[in-house]
Write a protein that binds this ligand. Structure first.
Ligand SMILES: Cc1ncc(COP(=O)(O)O)c(C=O)c1O
Length: 386
């Protein structure tokens, strides 16, 4: 059978000549093929093959012990294997948490702006999503308190460090206040910490994973950003009592623990130190890309946009100085062979029209500089060119 369309294998396809600053995936050049090959070869050479069997529900114990060591080193706070549950990435973890902890119609709080694809997951579960305002330091505690006076969410979903899209990082005093509020008002905090390890400047404050003892935090981590999204491997870190219902759910009872095969390779990558080395390289390269994008924005977009530079992660969050709706510029951007994500995508209530997100993860430094120049041409030409 033949198809008129070429067969596709990856989620984001870019046409030749396009510099797509909308894509927040790692760039193909940073996907560690040799590392994965070495780790896989080491594991496959062993006689011991439990990774080919249905896995233990919370995830392989040896892998979780190695991950606990890795996180203790890199988060700077002690992590125990019993506080880790292996997931198929942060998205799958979020979906599982919704399955286990919510029912349709329940209220969940999100940040405004929030990670737009989390909104899709909450929609799938029929949840009632309520936004809480943020500033350049993330969630505003007074705004959260005000919402809590009227509503009781099952959980608050937050990306506390190098947020997607805003790049904001919640300072330690706000993290502490957030934990206090979750205890006082009895709600869970789902902290999506996938960018915590991708800090390029000053050290980030302690992750929310450092506050598990309070019993209200479920912290999500992922290998998508620090190794490769195709592995579909991540973890949930929480007090064991919060993890128990996950391990007992029907999905795992039938299918066993998630991704035993992949996690056995990553176990080798951690044990051999390859993951730490790779993380060091990523921080160097992404840090360089961040600075390249910042310099290009300052050079080409001065007067057109306002922004606060991020200290890590993958994104710049821009506000159009003239207040235009950025989605009206998207067609024009594509004609200039570039793209961005309009701000409204990150709003649960259709706001943030004058914002846009640019990513510096997918493209190399030269493309980033050229892409920002194309964005500047897009912004300064209105009405659109034909
Ligand atoms: C904040 C945030 N959470 C989750 C994800 C997806 O993570 P995973 O690949 O582990 O499902 C992304 C990817 O862009 C993200 O930015």
């Amino acid at each position: 059978m033949s198809s008129a369309e070429p067969l596709r294998t990856t989620q984001a396809d870019t046409s030749p000549g396009m510099i797509d600053l909308a894509i927040g995936h790692p760039s193909p050049s940073l996907l560690p093929r040799e590392l994965i090959r070495g780790a896989a070869q080491q594991r496959l050479a062993m006689d011991f093959t439990p990774y080919l069997q249905y896995g233990y529900e919370p995830g392989d114990g040896f892998f979780r012990a190695a991950l606990a060591d890795f996180l203790s080193r890199n988060y700077g706070t002690e992590t125990r294997e019993s506080e880790l549950f292996v997931s198929g990435g942060a998205s799958q973890a979020l979906d599982l948490l919704c399955t286990v902890y919510t029912k349709p119609g329940d209220v969940v709080f999100v940040e405004e702006p929030t990670y737009f694809l989390a909104l899709r997951i909450f929609q799938d579960h029929g949840l009632h999503v309520v936004s809480v305002s943020t500033d350049e330091q993330g969630l505003i505690m007074e705004a959260l308190q005000e919402q809590l006076d009227n509503l009781r969410p099952v959980f608050l979903y937050t990306v506390p460090t190098h947020q997607n899209p805003s790049g904001a990082t919640l300072p330690l005093h706000r993290r502490r206040r957030l934990i206090e509020l979750s205890r006082e008002k009895d709600f869970l905090i789902v902290a999506d910490e996938v960018y915590h390890l991708l800090t390029y400047g000053d050290r980030a404050p302690l992750p929310l994973a450092a506050f598990l003892a309070e019993g209200t935090v479920l912290s999500l981590g992922s290998f998508s950003k620090i190794l490769a999204p195709g592995l579909r491997l991540g973890w949930i870190q929480a007090a064991p009592s919060l993890l128990l219902p996950l391990a007992k759910c029907g999905l795992l009872d039938s299918g066993g623990g998630l991704n035993p095969f992949t996690s056995s390779f990553v176990l080798s990558a951690i044990d051999t130190g390859m993951l730490d080395d790779h993380l060091g390289q990523l921080r160097g390269e992404y840090g360089h890309r961040l600075q390249t994008m910042r310099a290009a924005i300052e050079k080409h977009l001065a007067g057109l946009v306002e922004f606060s530079p991020p200290g890590g992660g993958f994104f710049f969050w821009l506000r159009l100085s003239d207040g235009r709706d950025s989605s009206t510029l998207l067609g024009n951007a594509k004609r200039h062979r570039t793209s961005f994500v309009p701000g409204s995508a990150f709003s649960a209530g259709g706001g943030l029209l004058d914002r846009l997100r640019l990513s510096f993860s997918f493209n190399g430094p030269e493309e980033i500089a050229e892409g920002v120049q194309r964005i500047a041409e897009t912004l300064s030409r209105n009405p659109p060119i034909v």
